[in-house]
Ligand binder design. Structure first.
Ligand code: GLN
Length: 201
């Protein structure tokens, strides 16, 4: 099982290190050939407008859409949440439309540009998660198929829809590996359900 980290821009190295910590095989993804090798993809934090342009330039937007719509697990952190979203509130900014959420960029305000918050995330157990927010988006609205996993100040900051996970914060920047473990389990489950799928006659 190999996890890819989209490596066009952003905090790629931190995600690769976090995956190494938990013993997961991981590679940076820069090309279509890299994408073909992975069973799950993380889009890291960074600058969403830059990465959307680079995805188009490198011909990766459509292949990523295709893989994720066919069931490959995807996890977007911060910028990655924006890139995976259906749309961006108040801005005419393209996004991959892989999870039914509309996000607001840099939503927590100037005095709150960067913060570490003890965030309750019930699916990870009773201990709150040390969530680092850096010019983070929040979820402005979401469709009925989306499961809310955590909120801060009344706004969604962690959600899942089937094989797509999104967090406004940066689990790769703290030593707590529970969100990486959670995503790894999503990838393992997806592989198992592919294995169980009935083969066409
Ligand atoms: N503010 C960035 C954006 O809107 C996201 C910040 C991050 O990924 N830490 O693209």
């Amino acid at each position: 099982m190999t996890i890819g980290v989209l490596a066009l821009q952003g905090d790629v190295v931190e995600h690769l290190a976090a995956l190494a910590d938990i013993g997961a095989a991981a590679i940076p993804v820069k090309t279509f050939a890299d994408l073909e090798k992975v069973d799950g993809l993380i889009i890291p934090g960074g600058e969403s407008t830059t990465v959307m342009k680079l995805l188009d330039r490198f011909g990766l937007a459509e292949p990523i859409r295709g893989r994720v719509r066919a069931g490959m697990p995807l996890w977007g952190t911060c910028m990655g949440m924006i890139v995976a979203a259906h749309g961006v509130a108040g801005l005419d900014q393209p996004a991959l439309d892989l999870i039914d959420i509309v996000v607001r960029r840099n939503a927590f305000g100037r005095q709150n540009e960067s913060a570490e918050v003890e965030l309750p995330i019930p699916v990870l157990g009773p201990e709150p998660f040390p969530a680092i927010f850096i010019r983070a988006p929040w979820i402005e609205s979401m469709g009925p198929g989306v499961q809310l996993l955590a909120e801060r100040d009344g706004h969604g900051v962690m959600v899942r829809q089937d094989n797509v996970l999104a967090t406004s914060f940066h689990p790769e920047l703290t030593p707590d590996r529970r969100v990486h473990d959670y995503f790894l389990q999503m990838v393992a489950d997806a592989r198992e359900s592919v294995g169980k799928a009935p083969t066409a006659a």
